[in-house]
Design a protein around this ligand. Sequence first.
Ligand SMILES: [Zn+2]
Ligand SMILES: [Zn+2]
Length: 280
Amino acid sequence: MKVAYLKEAMKIVVKDDAKIPEISDDQVLVKMEYCGVCGSDVHFYKDGRVGDVAAPPDFVLGHEVAGEVVKIGAAVKNLKVGDKVALEPGYACGKCEYCKTGRYNLCPNVIFFADPPVQGALKEYVAHPADMCFKLPENMSTEEGALVEPLAVGLHATALGGVGLGSDVLILGGGCIGLVTLLSAKARGASRIVVVDLYEKRLNMAKEMGATEVINAQKENVAERVEELFDGKGVDFVFETAGAIATIQQTPYYVKKGGTIVLVGMAAESMANYNFHRLW
Ligand SMILES: [Zn+2]
Ligand SMILES: [Zn+2]
C-alpha cells in the first residue's frame, strides 16, 4: 500500500512500499478516504518538529481521518464491512488513573496517530481498534467524517471552559479549530461570539457559521475593537485557537475579570513570555 513519508522538513514522499496491516481480533481494517491537515501536521512539515518533539525518520502525518471498513476482526460486533467510520486517533490504556477517572484524553500510555514515535494515518489502510471507530450516519460523507476529530476539539474546549447560555466568547484564530470552537460555543448557547483572524476569507466563513462580529487583525486594532464591543469590561471566554505565541500572549488583555482563558492551539515554540500580572 501507499504511504506518505515526511523525509525532512518541507519534503513528503509517497511510496508504494508498505504491507497492508494485519488486524487483531478486536480491530478493523479501514481503507482511508479523507485525512484532515492539522496545525500539528503543518508544524511537523514546516519545521520537522513541534516544540520539543522532533519528527523521527520516515514519519507519517495525519490523524483526522475517516474511511470505509474493509475487514473486521473475529471479536468485532459493532461494525461490519462497508461501514463508513471516523477514527478516534488516540487509543488509551483503559487502566491508569486518568482512564479510570474518565479523563482518558490524559492517559500517559495513549497511542496517538502522528504523535512520535506512533505513525499517522496518511496511508491507504489503517488497522484500528473497533471501539475507536465511530460509524457515520447515512447522510454523512467520509469527508465530513474527517472533521469529527477537530469538531471534538471545539466541543471539548468549550466544555472545559464552561461556555453556557448567554456567554460572550472571543475566539483568536478563524482556522478549522477556531470555526469548530465557534460552532460548539453556539451550540452551548453563547450570546456573542467574536472571531479574530488575519484573513478575510476565514472571517467571512466565521460570519457564515454564526459569528456575531469579526475582527480583521491586519486592518483593525484588536484591543480597541474588543474594548468597544464589550464596553471595556473584557470577554467572559477567550479561546486561543491560532497556535501562535503572539495570540497566546494577547489572551490576558482581552479576558474579563473572573473570566476564562482556554489555550487550544499548539504553538511551535515551547516557551513564551506571558503577562501574568494582567491576570493577578
Ligand atoms: Zn489535530
Ligand atoms: Zn490510561
